[in-house]
Design a protein around this ligand. Sequence first.
Ligand SMILES: Cc1cc2nc3c(=O)[nH]c(=O)nc-3n(C[C@H](O)[C@H](O)[C@H](O)COP(=O)(O)OP(=O)(O)OC[C@H]3O[C@@H](n4cnc5c(N)ncnc54)[C@H](O)[C@@H]3O)c2cc1C
Length: 533
Amino acid sequence: MQRTALTARRRRRELDELSAETVDLLVVGGGVTGTGVALDAAARGLSVALVEARDLAWGTSRWSSKLAHGGLRYLATGDVGVARESARERHVLMTRTAPHLVRALPQVLPLTPGTGRRRGLTVGIGFGLGDLLRRDAGTSSLVLPGPHLARPGEVARLVPAVARERLHGAWIAHDGQLVDDARLVVALARTAAGRGAKILTRVRAIDLRADGATLEDTLTGATLTVRARVVVNATGVWAGTVDPSVRLRPSRGTHVVVPAARLGSPTGALMVPVPGSGSRYVFALPAQLGRVVIGITDEEAPGPVPDVPVATRAEIDFLLETVSGVLSRPLLPDDVVGTFAGLRPLVDTAGSSDGPSADVSRKHLVEVSPSTGAVNVLGGKLTTYRTMAEDAVDLAVKHAGLTAGPCWTTALPLVGAPSLVGPGISTGSTSSSNGTGPTHGMGSLVARYGTEAADVLAAAVLPGSASAVGQGITGAGHLDITRAEIEWAVTHEGALDADDVLDRRTRVGLVPADRAAVHDIVEQLVTDTLRRL
Ligand SMILES: Cc1cc2nc3c(=O)[nH]c(=O)nc-3n(C[C@H](O)[C@H](O)[C@H](O)COP(=O)(O)OP(=O)(O)OC[C@H]3O[C@@H](n4cnc5c(N)ncnc54)[C@H](O)[C@@H]3O)c2cc1C
């Protein structure tokens, strides 16, 4: 069994071991931030345990737009430092740590008489500045091509559903796009596990202290006390539930999902200015499994944090109307096959009192909690998880007086990444190589598993492993997920039941009709696989 393989059996064994030992670092929360912290700490030689109340990527980390941003949006607010950091982290992801999971996504901003000269000019300048960030980060134009003005023919090739009549061209610029956000989290968790970290899902922290926590195994109801030299709280929008000193101002972002065929199976993203706003855009992003994801909204979401946030009718209508403004045939509510919403863990710094080590403008906060004594790491972006983790582990090591090596995660490929990638060799090429375009078969496997694609097929033992999970099922023919991937999710990716597989390892569940169509077969495969572990 690979050291990076997460299984139910490993979980049981490591949970038993945990009550008898003192770990250097206990991480609470298994989103991109927590798994990033676990990897950083384990790579520095610390003993690490991570507990996640539900499943890997249960929270905000599975509801993102799945973009590895180049930082352009931060330039708009004058935050050059954050913008450069974002571009640098995108570079690290695309060329070293996860080139198999991030591709170069062409983003198309159609130019019509309605766009206005001023907006067209502003976008061109913005894209030019974004390109400076790319160069500053050292990202080759072979990995991420620079921006250019395109003719209508190129626009139609990338996004066939754009209305041609009044189109006189478009700005095209490239950014990084993840094949899937939850897949990045699983890759981080497995890479950390490969360096000895215990990754324990279905384990909730019910009480945090500076020297450990009280945990509940939610599968059995048993509680245990774990001792740790330092605790890191990476519970995102739920941070206030384990630390009363944390003040967050969650904001909801909503996406709708439509069949890719409805937009002519685009390979590029469509970027549509929000009418009446000088700086907001709605994106239609090609996604894996024959889908296009349209987002995003930004709505204050005060009050109790729900398990799974829900999109509102008004948000769905806003997204459809905005995108329809540039399409030859408007999108209608009936075109929507799924919706999802996530809460941004925005830090309300007015409430933090203990000298945060990161200022508000950095968008993430790393501090020792005045209330629990744990290190809180909150806010930020998926793209910058690595620097958040570095900051958090630096502070944790200093605070607890631990002996640890320096951070070296910029040079540490995640599972599935080719170990040596230079400029131009990256799988993040301009083609739709990460499964978000219309690729099938081995292409999709490589897009999701990188160098492990062949292992996924080779490890499967149940009959028909190379066939698609939806084969022969009405309405599921477009799901290019092999039965082997369902087995792999259980034998290597820590999936404990069919929900983990449908909703976080494969993302079939983003479309309820797809989920219903393959639910029973996936459940059977999961049961059969768990039985033999
Ligand atoms: C709509 C939307 C779109 C976005 N798009 C992008 C994008 O395109 N690119 C980008 O870079 N960023 C994007 N972001 C930001 C990014 O998604 C988040 O910053 C990031 O995912 C936050 O990760 P996290 O690990 O801090 O939190 P989470 O992913 O929420 O993880 C917290 C985890 O803690 C667990 N937990 C909670 N309480 C406990 C407990 N008591 N014990 C144990 N575990 C617990 C939860 O179950 C959860 O899994 C987007 C955000 C939103 C909302």
